[in-house]
Design a binder for this molecule. Sequence first.
Ligand code: P6P
Length: 325
Amino acid sequence: MTAFVDLAARLAAEPADAALKDVVLTIAETCAQISRVVASGALSGSLGAAGSTNVQDEEQKKLDVITNDMLSDALKACGPVAGLASEELEEVEPTGRVGGYLVTFDPLDGSSNIDVNVSVGTIFSVLPAPAGHAPTEGDFLQPGRNQVAAGYAVYGPQTMLVVTLSGGVNGFTLSADGRWLLTHPDLAIKPDTAEFAINMSNQRHWAPAVRRYIDGCLQGKDGARGKNFNMRWVASMVADVHRIMMRGGVFMYPWDAREPDKPGKLRLMYEANPMSLLAERAGGKSIEGLNEILDINPAKLHQRVPVVLGSANEVEVIRAEMRAG
Ligand code: P6P
C-alpha cells in the first residue's frame, strides 16, 4: 500500500508564510466538510432552489447558500484572514482584523449541476491584505499576479483539491477518513491538445475569431488543423478545468452577443484569476483574448471576463485568431 504525504506535510515543505498555510489548510478543511454535505444530496434536504437570487441575479441553490456560509464562518474564525469576498455576497466582508490575507471564493461553482448529480466545485483565491487598515472593496481589486495562493476542490467521483502557493501545482485526494493525500504532485498541462471545451449552443452569438477557430477544429484531420478534435462541456468550470489539468485541452467562455455590454459570463476575482494562476503555474496559458488574464487590473469586485485557458500552444492558436479580428 503506497504511503501518501498529506496536505499539511506537503505545505510544510513550501517556502511560504506559515499564516498563509493556515489559511489554505482552513479552506481545505472546509472543502472536506462541503464534500460531505454535497454527497448527502437529497438525504439532507439540501438540494433544490433556495428561493433567492445572488448579486449576479442568478437563482441560488440551497447548497450555494449553505456552502457560502460554511466558508464565510471558517474564514472569519481564521486569524490571518482580514476579509473575504464571495460570488454569493454583494459586498466584501471584513473580519475585524488587519493585515494578513484576503480570500475570494466561489463556494459552489457549477451549482446548476448539483440537482442532476454532475461534478461541482469550490474555487478560491488568496491575496495580500493591506497593512494598517481594515480592508475595503478597493483593497481586493488587485491583479491576479498578486495572488499568493489559489486552488479548487472538485466534488466528483473522487473529491480532489488542486492548489498552488509559492511554486508548482499539486493535487490531493480526499481519503475516507477525511485527509487530503498527495496523489498528483507537480501537475503539468500538456502543451498541445485535440480537445476543446465550449458551450456550442452559443455558436451564433460568438465573435468571428471564435467561430473561425471552432470551425477549424470541426474540419477534422482533413482540415487546416490536420487532426480530429474532441469536445467536452460539463457546464462546471471546475470540472472542465480539472480535466484540462489532468489531460490537456482548452476551455473557452468567450464574449458573445447575447449581452454585448458584458465581456463574458465568468467572474474575474474568484473564477478566472485563481484558475489562471493554476493554469500558468502548470505550464499552461490563460488569456481574455489578446492578453493574459492575470495582468488585468480589476475595476469591480464582480466583474466578468472572457476566458481562454489551457494547453499553451492551443491558446496561442486562439490568440492568433483573435489578433486577426
Ligand atoms: P453555461 C457555472 O454556472 C459557470 O459559472 C461555470 O462553472 C461554467 O463553466 C459556466 O457557468 C457554464 O455556463 O452557459 O454553459 O451554463
